[in-house]
Design a binder for this molecule. Structure first.
Ligand code: 5GP
Length: 209
């Protein structure tokens, strides 16, 4: 970690995990527990699911619109997931981090690995289900996707688990409340990392006070 950080900075939290692992639920519980936590709303070309609101769950865009955003460099990262584009709008995230706010991104692995290159000080969290059987049961129970999409997601999940080692933390979501508590605890610890707090000591050394 870079020890030259001069100012307190917000945490950039990147949460990924296979579909059905429950990362969405955990992110929602985190936002409830930490109302000041800023959530980055992604753009996507997928169709809205029932109950999803444009600008709240996603910014729903056409492929041409997203390609335009990519071309103009307006996305911090983007990826194609299950045949649709998903991306993180850049200006919002950068502005919040500059203001010292914590920002939460719930994005897929391809996107997280792109973010890691730009923000190596980010906190990368991988949410896993307690087992693959449990994952299958959860996706079917959710019932929001067509059968072929579900099967696609299940096949992808096993491959995705291999990327867990690229992350800083692995959180087993056996129980959403408990898993969220674990994430909140690790966030607290992250704030005290020497790389993030060294500026305090640096001030003492420089000022002699
Ligand atoms: P869903 O269609 O179920 O909402 O999301 C499908 C996948 O896309 C999830 O793994 C979700 O984390 C990921 N995703 C959502 N937003 C973004 C984004 O902005 N960038 C990337 N790379 N993935 C995203």
């Amino acid at each position: 970690m870079n020890r030259k950080i001069k100012e307190p900075q917000g945490l950039l939290l990147v949460v990924s995990g296979p579909s059905g692992a429950g990362k969405g639920t955990i992110c929602n519980l985190m936002r409830k527990a930490l109302p000041e936590l800023a959530y980055s709303v992604s753009v996507t070309t997928r169709q809205p699911r029932e109950g999803e609101v444009d600008g709240k769950d996603y910014f729903f865009k056409t492929v041409a619109q997203v390609k335009d955003m990519i071309f103009r460099g307006e996305l911090l990262e983007y990826a194609q997931v299950y045949g649709n584009y998903y991306g993180t709008p850049k200006p919002y995230v950068q502005q919040l981090l500059n203001e010292g706010k914590d920002v939460l991104l719930e994005i897929d692995i391809q996107g997280a690995l792109q973010i890691k290159k730009v923000f190596p000080d980010g906190v990368f969290i991988f949410v896993v289900p307690p087992s693959l059987e449990e994952l299958r049961a959860r996706i079917y129970k959710r019932g929001t996707d067509a059968e072929d999409v579900i099967e696609k997601r299940l096949r992808a999940a096993t491959g995705e688990l291999e990327y867990a080692s690229e992350y800083d933390y692995i959180i087993v979501n056996d129980d959403a409340e408990k898993a969220t508590k674990r994430v909140l605890t690790l966030m607290e610890a992250e704030r005290y990392r020497a790389g993030r707090t060294y500026f305090l000591v640096d001030d003492m050394i420089r000022s002699g006070k």
